[in-house]
Design a protein around this ligand. Sequence first.
Ligand SMILES: Cc1cc2nc3c(=O)[nH]c(=O)nc-3n(C[C@H](O)[C@H](O)[C@H](O)COP(=O)(O)O)c2cc1C
Length: 362
Amino acid sequence: MEGESGGPEMPLVCLTDFQALARELLSKSTRDFIEGGADESFTRDDNIAAFKKIRLRPRYLRDVSKVDPRTTIQGEEISAPVCIAPTGFHCLVWPDGEMSTARAAQAAGICYITSTFASCSLEDIVASAPKGLRWFQLYVQTDWQLNKQLIQRVESLGFKALVLTLDAPIPGNRRDDSRNQLDLKRNLMLKDLRSPEKGNPASDLRTSPLSASFCWNDLAWFRSITQLPIILKGILTKEDAELAVKHSVHGIIVSNHGGRQLDDVPASIDALTEVVAAVDGKIEVYLDGGVRNGNDVLKALALGAKCVFLGRPILWGLACKGEHGVEEVLNILKNEFYTAMALTGCRSVAEINQNLVQFSRL
Ligand SMILES: Cc1cc2nc3c(=O)[nH]c(=O)nc-3n(C[C@H](O)[C@H](O)[C@H](O)COP(=O)(O)O)c2cc1C
C-alpha cells in the first residue's frame, strides 16, 4: 500500500493513529457526530486528562514470563478486560456497520454491547457472529409494550445481559451537531424497532420516543419480564450506586456517555472510586470513557473496575478498515494491556490492585 507521500503506508500502531486516519476519511458531520461532547466538551476531554493524573507503581522481580489477561464478566470469560461500549449508527462509518463490529468482537473473544440505535437488524448482527458474547443496550422507550418485545427478542437471540442507559432521559446538547444540522433520522435508514425487518426509510420511521419518566421503581418491572442480568450504564455517584444495589441489579457501568450528555460531570475514572466503595463488592462495576491505551485499562482495574468498554476508538477502527480495523484496535489495546501487566509485575488480573496506582499532584 502506498501512502499519500508515495512511500509505504505507515502502520497504525496506537488508537490515536486510528483517530487521525478516521478524521481524514469521514465527512465533517459524521466526524463531528462521533467526536462531539455536550456543551463545551469539558467532560469529554477530562475523561482523557484524568487518566494522565494517575501514575503507576510497578513491582519487579515477580516472574512475568507468563501473563494471563483473561477475566470474566457476569460469569462469561473474555480474552481481556477490554470490550465494546454501545454506540449507534455503525453504518454511518462502514457499509456493513454492526455486522462488522460483531465479527471483530467475536474474533477478539470479548463482549460487544449492541445499541438500541444499531443500524443493522439484531437478527443480522447475531447471524454474522453467532458465537460472540453480546449484551443489548436499551434506551427505554415510552411504549412499554415495545420495551417488552425488544427485551424478549434479544433474550431469544442469545444476548447475555440487558444494559439500561440512565444518563439520556433527554438528548444532550451537542453544539457541532446543531451547527451541522445533523438529522440522523433523515440521513439514515433507521431500522424499525418493532420488527426484525431490515432498515426502513425515515419516512416510515416508527421508533417511539425515549422515556424521560423512567425511574428507579421501574426496575422491578424489568426484573419481572427478563431472566437476563440487568446492568445500569451511566452511574457517577455513590448515592445512585447504593440505589442500584438496593434494586438488585447485577452490574454498573460508570460512565458519562463519553461526555456527550451532561457536561461538567466528573471524568469516569474519577467517579469510579466512590462507586466501587459504595458497591462494596456486591455487584460488578465496569467503566467507559477516555480509555485510549493499555495503561488506562490497568489503572481502571486497579481502581476496582472489572472491565472497561471502548466507545469512539471502535468507530475509528471501523471507519478506517471495517471489521479488520476494529480487530486491530482491540488487538493493540490487548497487547498494550499485556505489556502494562508484565511491566507492573501482574501475572493475572487478580493481581491488579490499588497499590499499583497513585494520584499525581497537579
Ligand atoms: C457516536 C457515539 C454514539 C453513542 N451511542 C450510544 C448509544 O446508542 N447508547 C449508549 O448507551 N451510549 C452511546 N454512546 C456512549 C458510549 O456507550 C460510551 O459511553 C462512550 O462513548 C465512552 O467514551 P469513549 O468514547 O471515550 O470511549 C455513544 C457514544 C458515541 C461517541
